[in-house]
Design a protein around this ligand. Structure first.
Ligand code: XMP
Length: 524
């Protein structure tokens, strides 16, 4: 990736990534401040790249390497002759000092991890405007090596017991560096520091969803021309926002295919089809292929086999409908920025983290189509903001994630129509309960799994022998780790009673209190 992903008319900030675990948070903080930025691994930031990218400011990230090692990663020296402000964070500070004539020493006994307090010196810097309203600022440190001598031109503006050069500044050249991590939440006033930095750099805060929408529409038109585009619309937020945006750009050159695999939740297919067809006037094919999917899944209980069958059929069905349309040159996908970012591992090799199951895996290669990915620059919450900007209802934008294989992976063991039916009803009652108690938005994801076991119960005067189900609700930031949601016993009791009373076929309700890890969010 030596070329710039995104040509944007906005002011751009370049984040040079040296492999810190928290580099993405720098981008998050800046995007929150309406600044357009991109993260690029240090290996890709060549002199040509810098000229091409033309950043209005540069941030050098933290990273696990030691600048004292010969082969340690560095930015090109031109970073310091562009005439733009540069901010070094942790490793970024050390590399800056090393390259500009300071000195860095190995951290024998001076390593510092965790919370620390920075106090001010007599030197004031505009980087710290709004800081030290209290006598000291809490910051989060995580460094082994430390700066022993600062480079000529720099002055110390903040110190901590173990980091005498916690904040340094060369105000004339607009070079700044901090030993701590202002991007993490444990540096509560970190945002102010970024605010100051972008003000110093002259950013106008022009990265808004409204501006983005206009620019994205123009870009899609330019990329696609008169060609046809097809889009696999799942009804999830990403593919929905992508479809509505592309439709705004090219109208009926876009056709969406909604593949109904018979594994959707209660009323979901009707909602998706009516919203996009009637409300948005999107050309939409409702491919009801539930017979095909459920037929092929008949008797299958292994989770991976289920996923493979569903994934394979999805591609076949989509291809069939695309062919029937007379083909298309472009395929639209709702790929997001976190899927695009290459992060850098300690060994220097790129370690790519892509949630492949979020994409329509295998389609582009198989169909030889070019991709239109208008959300490639956005984080999830930006996609939601764009969705709102495009008029998608809040109730839709805030929906919990729903996996591509749908209810198949919430029905451990063999999938039958009877079980799916029961599951849909129980799930609807559970979600209704959560909404009624005003808890929906506090929860990352909530659903029912129907268990492959019948248990004995008693209702009225009679014996029952029905299915047991498990309720799941988790909080999470990104789905990678999760905690179970701490419902009150009253809520759980009331919900269990409602499910058993209202859903024929279930006579026992359990609550899953496993976190991830060691569990996963879905049951399969
Ligand atoms: P797990 O179960 O791995 O799930 O903890 C993490 C998140 O990913 C969703 N998920 C999927 N999403 N296709 C998707 O689009 C899939 O095959 C898939 N599998 C899991 C899951 O719902 C949760 O949000």
């Amino acid at each position: 990736m030596t070329e710039i992903d995104v040509k944007t008319d906005h002011d751009r900030l370049l984040i040079v990534d040296f492999g810190s675990q928290v580099t993405q948070l720098i981008a998050r903080r800046l995007r929150e401040l309406n600044v357009y930025c991109e993260i690029h691994p240090f290996q890709n930031v060549t002199t040509d790249f810098l000229t091409d990218f033309a950043p209005k400011a540069v941030i050098l990230s933290g990273g696990p390497a030691s600048v004292i090692d010969d082969a340690s990663p560095r930015p090109p020296a031109e970073v310091f002759s562009l005439g733009v402000p540069v901010l070094g964070i942790c490793y970024g500070q050390q590399v800056m000092m090393q390259m500009l004539g300071g000195e860095v020493l190995r951290g024998d006994g001076t390593a510092e991890f965790g919370r620390a307090w920075v106090t001010k010196t007599d030197t004031a810097t505009d980087l710290l405007t709004g800081w030290f309203l209290e006598t000291r600022e809490q910051v989060w440190m995580s460094h082994g090596d430390h700066v022993a001598r600062i480079a000529p031109g720099f002055e110390v503006a903040g110190t901590s017991p173990n980091a005498p050069f916690a904040v340094i500044a060369d105000t004339e050249r607009r070079f700044y560096a901090v030993q701590f991590h202002p991007e993490v939440h444990h540096t509560p006033n970190g945002r102010t520091l970024f605010e100051n930095f972008i003000r110093i750099a002259g950013f106008t805060g022009d990265w808004t969803m409204d501006a983005y929408r206009e620019q994205a529409v123009a870009k899609i038109r330019e990329q696609v021309g008169d060609a046809r585009v097809i889009c696999a619309l799942s009804g999830g937020v990403d593919s929905s926002v992508a479809a509505v945006l592309i439709h705004e750009a090219i109208g009926d050159q876009l056709t969406c295919v909604y593949v109904d695999h018979g594994l959707m939740r209660q009323g979901e297919s009707e909602q998706v089809v009516s919203m996009f067809r009637e409300h948005y006037n999107l050309p939409l094919i409702h491919a009801d292929e539930s017979e095909l999917f459920l037929g092929k899944l008949d008797g299958v209980s292994d989770p991976e086999t289920k996923r493979k069958i569903i994934g394979g059929l999805f591609i076949d069905v989509f291809q069939k409908h695309a062919d029937a349309l007379g083909g298309a040159e472009f395929l639209a996908q709702g790929t997001l920025y976190p899927d695009v970012i290459e992060s850098v591992s300690f060994s220097g090799g790129p370690s790519v983290t892509i949630k492949s199951h979020h994409n329509v895996g295998g389609l582009p290669e198989k169909m030889g189509m070019k991709l239109v990915e208008p959300l490639r620059e956005l984080f999830k919450d930006e996609v939601r903001a764009l969705g709102r900007e495009l008029g998608l209802p809040d109730s839709f934008i805030g929906r919990h994630p729903f996996p591509g294989p749908g209810l198949a992976i919430r029905c451990p063991g063999e999938i039958t129509r009877e079980k799916l039916d029961i599951l849909r009803k129980a799930d609807a009652v559970y979600i209704d309960q959560i909404r009624k108690h005003g808890l929906y938005d506090e929860i990352w994801q909530a659903f029912v799994a129907i268990l492959p076991v019948r248990t004995v119960g008693v209702m009225g005067d009679g014996r029952t022998y029905d299915f047991a189900c498990a309720l799941r609700a988790v909080t999470s930031v990104d789905g990678m780790t999760a905690d179970y949601y701490p419902f009150t016993h009253d809520f759980l009791g009331e919900t269990a009673t409602r499910i058993i009373n209202e859903v024929k076929g279930i006579n026992r309700v359990t609550y899953d209190i496993t976190s991830k890890p060691p569990g996963t969010i879905e049951w399969e």
